[in-house]
Design a protein around this ligand. Structure first.
Ligand code: ZN
Length: 269
């Protein structure tokens, strides 16, 4: 019965892509790789390691799995496991990417966490890791994402950051500077899964877009949504701020796919 309905849709529409998310494929560390495969199963599953992937229907029995690639991924061939497919697995080819360097001079010792906030930082790291593992079976958004705020791009994804000459963690989001109090909007429809005031990220909202696709909005001055709330694409969720470890009013926008931070620009048209 379900199969018949799908066939009817196929007669009316050129493809089923209208119900899908749209991304730019970029098989580099921090990017999004893809595989297409055939399966006679309804809702077939695919995995990178043991982490479930975003799978969407392209055509009858034809599916696409999207794979978020960790920044630390070494170039080369990677195996994707597919359930309900004859071969059982497929390979993607990850190619190298050179991200730019950024240098900061600061009076704060960035490697020193032996202060009163270290317990807080540890707790928050665990909360962040747990949130990143959210996987809802249903897709909760479609099409391209929209930029969450207007403003000036001040730091791109993946840059290698050096503090007083010492290498820090790479930048796993996009920084968009704007005036304090400017609106910040949901980049796609979804459900608010976390509202939290982090030591480093400040006031932050996490949105679940389904199937392991999440977005985060940090350093907010104000949050006007609550956990569990469903948001439309471009619905306001808060205001630009400089809470947490921040040097001025800006949004740190993060996107996660299969638990991996990826370049948010790949979701924009
Ligand atoms: Zn940032």
């Amino acid at each position: 019965m379900i199969k018949k309905t799908v066939s009817c849709f196929l007669l009316l529409l050129p493809t089923l892509l209208w119900a899908n998310i749209s991304v730019t494929i970029d098989s580099t560390p921090g990017g999004i790789a893809q595989i297409t495969f055939e399966s006679k199963q309804i809702n077939p599953k695919a995995f990178y390691g043991n982490v479930p992937l975003y799978v969407q229907s392209l055509d009858e029995n034809k599916y696409q799995a999207l794979i978020g690639l960790p920044l630390m991924t070494k170039p080369g061939s990677k195996r994707i496991t597919i359930q309900g497919n004859e071969g059982g697995y497929a390979f993607i080819e990850v190619v190298n990417q050179n991200y730019p360097d950024e240098y900061f001079e600061t009076s704060v010792n960035v490697s020193d966490n032996q202060d009163s906030s270290s317990v807080r930082i540890k707790t928050e790291k665990a909360l962040f890791a747990k949130t990143r593992k959210t996987f809802s079976k249903q897709p909760l958004s479609k099409g391209y994402f929209v930029s969450p705020t207007n403003g000036r791009l001040t730091s791109v994804f993946g840059v290698n950051r050096y503090y007083n000459g010492e290498k820090g963690l790479p930048h796993i989001g996009l920084d968009i500077a704007n005036t304090l109090g400017a609106p910040v909007n949901a980049s796609a429809s979804g459900r608010v899964i976390l509202v939290y005031d982090f030591y480093y990220l400040g006031k932050t909202v996490f949105i679940d877009h389904g199937q392991g696709l999440l977005s985060s909005y940090s350093h907010l001055s104000e949050v006007n949504v609550i956990e569990g709330q469903t948001l439309r694409k471009a619905q306001e969720l808060g205001k630009i701020g400089t809470t947490g470890r921040s040097t001025g009013p800006h949004l740190h926008w993060g996107v996660f796919l299969n638990q991996v931070a990826i370049n948010p620009e790949l979701l924009l048209l």
